[in-house]
Design a protein around this ligand. Structure first.
Ligand code: HEC
Length: 138
């Protein structure tokens, strides 16, 4: 194989293995891990248990009609959710909806908006990574 071709093959497959193209969002999880480590040197990794707790806890610290993530996304991650105005939301489990979490800008936009509505603040990189780790596991 000539050297140029070899480089192209290498580029293609490195990209695929870091999850740039689809869920589960390995590249995004790597990014949140780096941010979490920068914020807290004792950070040792994300936890699916903490992710589930974040999803199910009724914080009630943001908007009164959305105390929890489940207020819109529902109790079952594999089933559909519903917005406050009654619009259907596709299931959040990465195994059910293949396009989930494939666009980092979309993920960031909704984390910002939804964490503010539920927790009254943005989620930390650790919280985002925990939550995504749990959804990637569903
Ligand atoms: C007010 C209703 C509502 C609440 C509460 C809510 N969400 Fe969402 N969420 C949505 C809607 C609507 C979308 C965009 C539609 C879609 O992706 O199907 C969305 C999308 C997302 C996405 C992007 C998904 C993707 O495919 O990229 C993430 C991440 C997310 N929500 C996380 C959360 C977390 C974490 C919480 C709790 C802290 C939460 N949401 C609470 C309504 C809500």
């Amino acid at each position: 194989m000539n050297r140029k071709l070899h480089a192209i093959v290498l580029l293609c497959c490195l990209g695929a293995s870091t999850g740039v193209f689809a869920a589960p969002p390995a590249a995004l999880i790597d990014r949140y891990a780096a941010e979490a480590r920068a914020a807290d040197p004792t950070f040792t990794g994300f936890s699916v248990e903490r992710g589930e707790t974040l999803h199910r806890t009724r914080y009630g610290l943001g908007k009164p009609d959305t105390p929890a993530c489940t207020s819109c996304h529902g109790d079952d991650t594999r089933g559909p959710g519903k917005t406050r105005t009654g619009k259907a939301i596709e299931p959040m489990a990465a195994s059910v909806v293949a396009t989930r979490y494939s666009d980092p800008a979309k993920v960031e936009k909704w984390f910002k908006r939804n964490c503010t509505e539920v927790l009254g603040r943005e989620c930390s990189p650790r919280e985002k990574g925990d939550w995504l780790a749990w959804m990637a596991n569903q």
